[in-house]
Write a protein that binds this ligand. Structure first.
Ligand code: URA
Length: 268
């Protein structure tokens, strides 16, 4: 075996995967061929040229297969522990091979409210839990102030693995991982979803709309058994950290959610 060539290939693969920092001493290996074939075109970026189209078609088929596989595997899963084990053992998304941890959802399995973000960041990847970094701290503060305790909610992400360098997830990565999010929602069976950011909202609700237009209105998500779950989307806390002037709108959204919960619990 030509060791020098192997090293070069591995480094090239790191670069392709977008790796730009290290999280520990243990290097990760390139993923199996099937997982590598999930395309890495970020959502919304320009389409490939003609010469790249044939390769992309092949890659797209691999993505479809991986997403179908994820969906089929989820069908026989009826509790969160089994689903967590399934996601941790799933090799169909290349992000798994650049991440330090699988970041599965966290919180009460009986939650009436599920909060959904886009993907783990550096802190979440290091610790293995969702929303534990600066975004999570801001979210906690805002939730507490709106009378919503994180302990009574369940919090998760569209992707269970951090995209290297926090890059935007690709359409393929979202498509492959979405069945895991949907199954979490089916198992928990909440009455409300609070979606953080346009990317997660567009992924789950299968639309293409800016978060500025989505927020402020009640939307709907139908789970696998046909139950209509009420949805509010709002700004992602990472966006609020960069744009504090928008916090007031996110605050209004959280109050709208807590008011609705209070009203409907009195009606029941
Ligand atoms: N941003 C997210 O969307 N999810 C996390 O878990 C952390 C930051």
């Amino acid at each position: 075996m030509n060791e020098e060539l192997d090293l070069k290939q591995i480094i090239e693969w790191y670069i392709t995967a977008g790796v730009e920092e290290t999280a520990g001493d243990v290097p990760f290996a390139p993923p199996p061929a099937a997982a590598q074939s999930v395309p890495v075109r970020p959502a919304g970026s320009p389409k490939p040229s003609d010469s790249g189209r044939q390769a992309t078609t092949v890659l797209a088929q691999a993505t479809i297969d991986a997403g179908n596989n994820a969906r089929d595997l989820c069908k026989s899963i009826n509790n969160l522990d089994e689903l967590k084990a399934l996601v941790e053992g799933f090799d169909g998304c290349s992000l798994k091979f650049t991440a330090s941890h699988t970041v599965f959802g966290d919180g009460s399995p009986e939650a009436k409210v599920v909060l959904i973000g886009e993907a783990p960041g550096a802190d979440e990847d290091r610790i293995g839990r969702p929303f534990v970094g600066r975004s999570g701290q801001l979210l906690d503060k805002m939730m507490n102030a709106a009378g919503l305790s994180r302990e009574n909610c369940y919090i998760t992400n569209v992707l269970p693995w951090r995209p290297p360098g926090n890059r935007t997830p690709t359409d393929g990565e979202i498509a492959v991982c979405l069945p895991f999010l949907k199954r979490q929602i089916d198992i928990i069976n909440p009455d409300y979803l609070f979606i953080l950011g346009g990317s997660a909202a567009n992924a789950l609700l299968d639309m293409q709309e800016s978060i500025s237009r989505l927020r402020g209105h009640w939307l709907e998500y139908k789970n696998a058994s046909g139950k209509e779950i009420k949805v509010l989307a709002s700004f992602h806390p990472a966006f609020l950290l960069r744009n504090p002037a928008q916090k007031a709108k996110a605050w209004v959204d959280l109050l709208r959610l807590s008011k609705k919960i209070a009203e409907e619990s009195v009606e029941k």
